[in-house]
Design a protein around this ligand. Sequence first.
Ligand code: GN1
Ligand code: MG
Length: 353
Amino acid sequence: MINEEVFVAYGLDSKKVEIASLQNGLINSTWKIKNDDQYFILQKINQAIFKNPEAIASNIRLIADYLHSTDPEYLFVAPVKTRTGEEMVKTTTHNYFRLFPFVENSHTIATVEKPQQAFEAANKFGEFTKLLASFPVDKLQKTLPDFHNLTLRYQQFLDALQSENKDRLQQSTELIQLIEANKNIVDTYENILQNPSFKLRVTHHDTKISNVLFDNNNKGLCVIDLDTVMPGYFISDVGDMMRTYLSPVNEEEKDFSKIEVREDYFKSIWDGYMGQMNNELNEEEKQHFIYSGKFMIYMQALRFLTDHLNNDIYYGAKYEGQNFVRAENQIVLLQRLIEKEKSLQKMLDESAE
Ligand code: GN1
Ligand code: MG
């Protein structure tokens, strides 16, 4: 999987290094590399999805330079340069690889098991956007155009209803109805686009817990995986935290009775994020805090079902119907959140008093 020329480009000896594959997400391939006593993270960019890897490199460079001058203390994990000073290696087979230093005494976690972890992560993602509040956001390239464009995701779902796979369509009837019944989530998104109170900010767009580095005392150190950093709305980052931290089980869980919205974790996301962003977000944005979760969970349900109807061309599937299960799971999570919407809002209103 890793071409020899990648090691050569970084001055590493492929015969000496130890390589361990890391499972980190559905899109890119990641490895931990040991060279003498030094550890690195190597990543291959999935170009079926990221069509313009240079855009990723450009964004990371701009942000690194900016933070280096405004907040030199901030831990920013920039890619290791190749021997010729490049931020990525393009192989003769047209694959792009990047190497990152492994941050000493840091670790990632796979599942949120304590509210404090949700707090730390939300605080780190909030800090990232806050530190870049004066960064000229329009200088960032869109590494994945329309990534969180819910109108487009809904349209792609409607297009998938024309799928040739009649069996899958037939079997999805109930789920399709549930999705259509929650179309108001798309309408709210479209109102947000028209609302001048909503500001485009430097947004991470992939705020799952494994994208935060923790130190040995379980304090958040920094955020990583900046491939989807682009201009965006805060609802993307807060919403994906809700999608991935609120429930004790993730999108792969088949026993939907285990899906739950944990109120104390919700409060921790609010406290952690607002601890950084309270003076950045305006009242109108804050009023859409809970909506964020609905927005991201609904979008993920749409994306999984769309992919199922399109024969798993985007996410792939390890077993028949995996994306269908994921979509159902996300719809159940959406229902659990909607059930609690009023009590969660009350909690926020009371904490603001
Ligand atoms: C993908 O690869 P990973 O897990 O970081 C996807 C996200 C989805 C997520 C669902 C570029 O992220 O948008 O929320 O799967 N990333 C891309 O697990 O499509
Ligand atoms: Mg990612």
